[in-house]
Design a protein around this ligand. Structure first.
Ligand code: FPP
Length: 244
């Protein structure tokens, strides 16, 4: 039986987060510029978003551009920004009932890209299926620092007291406060690290690492990751007897 046939559709992870790594190496293997890999990666984004929506995933969060990625060579940064403008396709979202959202330090993005993103958010906002979230100019340290600043401002205005700060309060001040914590975090491209992605939210996420470069990450690979996830026992710090 294929992984897809073995997947239990009643236990699909609600939120899948992906670190899309390996575009550059994929392009290099083909003797091409890195931007060639990013273009191929954008096609994978659409294919995986469609498959995730078909499987019933509610939130798909893609690490698209980190705060650290601004330090890449200018030509690569420009190529990624232009690619985003060209490849955010409302058609895929509308055809699949997908609503589109973004998280990150969005003001840093080029103005024309910001407009494209906000237009897409608006046009897809009444779609009721999966929510596709792009993390753009995002990092956990940026997000947590931003949340700390917001909390400090509320305290200084007397709107919040220090005693009220708990995990729920911090989560509520994060940019990702509209989504549940990821059930499954996938990283493609062979590296075994989290690279400043959803560190607060992944406290109890299941982690899945695979060698496949992002442009080669096809629907079957997503199905494989979900089937692997479904074989795990999530204990959230409890004992096996407690959760079974
Ligand atoms: C990481 O691979 C990838 C990125 C920093 C860019 C990701 C962007 C896309 C996949 C395009 C997004 C398009 C849409 C429609 C959302 P890398 O460049 O670090 O690869 P390497 O580790 O092999 O060098």
């Amino acid at each position: 039986m294929s992984d897809k046939e073995q997947i239990d559709l009643n236990r699909i992870p609600q939120h899948v987060a992906i670190i899309m790594d390996g575009n550059g190496r994929w392009a290099k293997q083909r003797g091409q510029e890195r931007s060639y890999g990013h273009r191929a990666g954008a096609e994978t984004v659409h294919a995986i978003a469609e498959e995730a929506a078909r499987l019933g995933i509610k939130f798909l969060t893609l690490y698209t551009f980190s705060t650290e990625n601004w330090n890449r060579p200018t030509n690569e940064v420009t190529a990624i920004m232009n690619l985003l403008i060209d490849s955010i396709e409302e058609e895929t979202f509308m055809n699949n009932n997908i609503s589109f959202r973004i998280v990150g330090d969005i003001n840093k993005l080029p103005k024309d890209l910001q407009k494209r993103l906000y237009d897409c958010i608006e046009h897809t906002s009444s779609n009721t299926g999966m929510c596709l979230v792009l993390a753009l100019s995002y990092s956990s340290r940026w997000e947590i620092t931003d949340a700390a600043r917001k909390i400090a401002i509320e305290i200084s205005k007397g709107e919040l007291s220090p005693e009220e700060i708990d995990c729920k309060c911090i989560s509520a001040h994060l940019a990702t406060n509209f989504m549940p914590d990821p059930d499954l975090l996938i990283r493609t491209g062979g590296e075994i690290r989290l690279s400043n992605y959803l560190l607060w939210q992944c406290a109890y996420s299941e982690l899945y690492f695979c060698e496949t470069f992002w442009p080669d990450f096809k629907e079957e690979e997503l199905q494989k990751a979900i089937y692997d996830y479904q074989k795990r026992e999530r204990r959230f710090g409890k004992t096996s007897e407690q959760v079974s």
